[in-house]
Design a protein around this ligand. Structure first.
Ligand SMILES: C[S@@+](CC[C@H](N)C(=O)[O-])C[C@H]1O[C@@H](n2cnc3c(N)ncnc32)[C@H](O)[C@@H]1O
Length: 263
């Protein structure tokens, strides 16, 4: 049970927001300075929401920050990840795609695609991941960085399961989605291929996406041009369905299911 491992801590200033979260998810809430023995802590600070993995002597913090060095670098230079995601989703030139990121997580991939000019609708079912990402988007919306404001203004997040949303997709956008992007968790057995520490901690708290296979069919129905699935290099095809095309990277690959040629 989540309440056995996770506790909410809050400052007075964020107490209302934190206690609303704690009440919905039946979690305990204590003052930010109180010592507790839980493995994980979700902290509502003055302006930030972050997760602490308290299992180590020095707790590891997970906070989404689109203004941080790494996100800034991804935005400015795209890098390998930016280039391959663009290729997989068909983002190029003046093509301004509307993309549904149905498994938003901490929003890294969506942020890259929004940086490349796309409009993103993000779905995330985990209340913890949603809180972290929603808070990052709120902070970005108050930033003085005009470019960051522009990028994040194209990102709209919903706390919902894609398995429900995909069957009623008109509720989430008036326009159809050009591309649907899926990046469900895949429990990695191969040690070498393990995701970076932040993602490993995140995986422990969010859990494995054992129902991910069910996403492919409704995504294929709802997308206009293509569905793109990010997989770890060794993972089987989603729902065992062979893609039209595969783009292989060092540790991951993109499986592309095309429906129609992009305009
Ligand atoms: C590997 S993470 C995604 C990482 C993301 N691409 C990024 O760049 O941060 C997978 C996320 O998908 C979410 N997820 C899995 N299945 C989902 C579903 N049916 N509906 C909404 N979110 C889902 C999980 O809660 C998790 O946060």
């Amino acid at each position: 049970m989540l309440s056995d491992t996770l506790i909410i801590k809050s400052t007075i200033s964020a107490w209302e927001q934190a206690s609303a979260f704690a009440a919905v998810h039946k979690l305990s809430i204590v003052d930010i300075d109180k010592k507790t023995a839980h493995d994980f802590t979700l902290v509502f600070d003055f302006t930030r929401v972050y997760l602490l993995d308290c299992r180590q002597k020095k707790p590891v913090e997970i906070c989404v920050d689109f203004n941080s060095g790494a996100a800034e670098h991804r935005r400015k230079y795209g890098g390998g990840a930016g280039q391959s995601i663009a290729k997989a989703c068909g983002i190029k030139g003046g093509r301004k795609l509307h993309i549904l990121d149905a498994t938003a997580g901490l929003g890294g991939d969506s942020f890259v695609m929004a940086s490349l000019g796309c409009t993103l609708t993000l779905l995330e079912r985990s209340p913890i991941a949603f809180s972290l990402l929603n808070n990052a988007l709120e902070r970005a919306s108050e930033s003085e960085n005009v470019e960051l404001l522009d990028i994040t203004s194209r990102m709209t997040l919903h706390n919902v399961s894609a398995l429900d949303a995909l069957h009623n997709i008109g509720v989430y956008s008036d326009d159809a989605f050009d591309v649907i992007y899926l990046d469900p968790m895949f429990p990695e057995k191969n040690k070498k291929a393990l995701a970076k520490k932040e993602m490993q901690i995140f995986q422990q708290i969010v859990g494995a996406d054992n129902d991910a296979d069910n996403l492919l069919e409704p995504a294929l129905e709802a997308a206009t041009y293509r569905v793109v699935v990010k997989r770890s290099k060794t993972a089987p095809y989603l729902n065992g369905v062979e893609p039209t095309l595969e783009l292989k990277g060092k540790s991951s690959r993109f499986d592309i299911y095309t429906k129609k040629k992009l305009p």
